[in-house]
Design a protein around this ligand. Sequence first.
Ligand SMILES: Nc1nc2c(c(=O)[nH]1)N[C@@H](CN(C=O)c1ccc(C(=O)N[C@@H](CCC(=O)O)C(=O)O)cc1)CN2
Length: 283
Amino acid sequence: MSAIIIDGKKISQDIKDELKKEVEELNQKNIFPGLAVVLVGNDPASKVYVNNKKKACEYIGIKSFSYELPEETTEEELLNLIDVLNKTKEVNGILVQLPLPKHIDENKVLLSIDPIKDVDCFHPYNVGLVSIGKTDGFLPCTPAGIVELIKRTNIEIEGKNCVVVGRSNIVGKPVSQLLLGNNGTVTTCHSRTKNLSKVCQEADILVAAIGKAQFIKEDMVKEGSVLIDVGVNRLEDGKLCGDIDFEGCKDKASAITPVPGGVGPMTIAMLMKNCVKAAVMQN
Ligand SMILES: Nc1nc2c(c(=O)[nH]1)N[C@@H](CN(C=O)c1ccc(C(=O)N[C@@H](CCC(=O)O)C(=O)O)cc1)CN2
């Protein structure tokens, strides 16, 4: 069997085009969405992601306010900036790029963002809303991107055995919640899960968010399953790869996301969607 390669680049471009139109209509009603993008430190990957977010804003017509702060920025300075952004009317969404430098308490920072401007959907208030099935507000970007990829490929989630490998706050836990909200039967696995291979072999939809290059091998996946790869790992030769052994699994799956060009671009598209939603909610 030859799997459908789910094209995250194309689907994310479709979403950005839809949002561009929506923003043009909002502008007619004097609504001008704005996003504050905050980067602390010198992490090279974070710099790339932040630049891509600013480019996406420009394409869609969202005004971006950029704050690139030095590595030595104190927690208090960052909290003060967020306080100002919380009160700035032109800023509808606040994004603090993660990871933050070690001396800054990430939870404290995420808690300080006004939930109505929390376009990453990291604030416990918004996380709570998603967990009780309220999905008309902000949705967590990578998890919502995964669900969107599945739906736009016309794959049914309802009644499917969904296995999520990874339990991070950014991906594993929230994607499990969203799949459950879509009536999937969800198992969340982690480093202490017993018989992981056996659990994965039962998956109709397998989401790999482990952070280990090519961890999911062909013998761990079911024939005809849908494989979603959240990993972004760099191999010794400098090439990017996911948490799934793409070459080994692609002929066994019915659909699979590549890395790069699968889930990654969807994270930014869904962030943009939340920004537009934020502007609408605040007006
Ligand atoms: N505040 C946030 N911080 C972080 C998030 C987040 O959603 N909000 N997620 C990740 C990083 N991230 C977005 O910020 C992100 C990661 C990867 C991609 C992406 O498009 N990946 C490409 C490959 C990229 C490359 O060439 O290196 C792909 O998979 O095709 C986009 C966004 C952690 N921090």
